[in-house]
Ligand binder design. Structure first.
Ligand SMILES: Cc1cc2nc3c(=O)[nH]c(=O)nc-3n(C[C@H](O)[C@H](O)[C@H](O)COP(=O)(O)O)c2cc1C
Length: 178
């Protein structure tokens, strides 16, 4: 038997991406997001434009999409109610979000230089994807949601998840990711 329901939002859970971007003062922001899907060498990110990440991405046009393993769930949790935006937008403040300028330190993660872009990778993440902004689409107007298309320009994979003897293929076990 199925029942008709009217959920406030539709959310079925997808792997988490830790997205690193550069703030205006060249410090680094890091935020969890999970509305991401992939096609060829591109990724579409569903994000609220009230986030510091989107402001950074629109200005700098670069980001790293870091895919954490399940071992890093605690680091993701430590970032969950934080924003790099100051002052904290009212809607976020009302549900307990706080401003945090040092997301890497708070999450206990390590920045690692990228090859082609300025925002750093997350050293602990087994997959790190350097990306450049391609296009921004408004989504579900008049909401602040954006569908942000980025192109992956460099792929870094932890050797431990590379398939033996395969130069360019990795072992994508979905259960390994948050
Ligand atoms: C597991 C998880 C998944 C999330 N997924 C999204 C998402 O897909 N899109 C989005 O806009 N925010 C998402 N968020 C909320 C952002 O992390 C939140 O808005 C955060 O404040 C953004 O940080 P920033 O303002 O420093 O960019 C998610 C949060 C968590 C913990």
């Amino acid at each position: 038997m199925h029942k008709v329901v009217e959920p406030k939002i539709l959310y079925f859970g997808t792997p988490v991406v830790l997205i690193s971007t550069l703030n205006e003062d060249n410090s680094v922001n890091l935020a969890p997001m999970s509305s991401a899907w992939w096609l060829n060498q591109s990724c579409m990110l569903g994000m609220s434009s009230s986030s510091q990440t989107v402001a950074n991405l629109l200005r700098e046009r670069e980001c790293v999409l870091n895919l954490p393993s399940s071992d890093l769930a605690h680091a993701v949790d430590r970032l969950a109610l934080l924003t790099g935006r100051n002052p904290v937008p009212e809607r976020k403040a009302n549900v307990g979000y706080q401003f945090e300028p040092d997301k890497f330190g708070t999450a206990r993660l390590t920045p690692q230089d990228s090859d082609l872009i300025r925002p750093p990778r997350v050293a602990e993440c087994p997959v790190q994807l350097e990306a450049r902004l391609e296009q921004v689409h408004n989504f579900e107007l008049p909401s602040s949601l954006k569908a942000i298309e980025v192109k992956i320009v460099r792929v870094h994979i932890d050797e431990q998840i590379l398939m033996t003897g395969e130069k360019n293929s990795s072992f994508w076990s979905i259960s390994k990711f948050c």
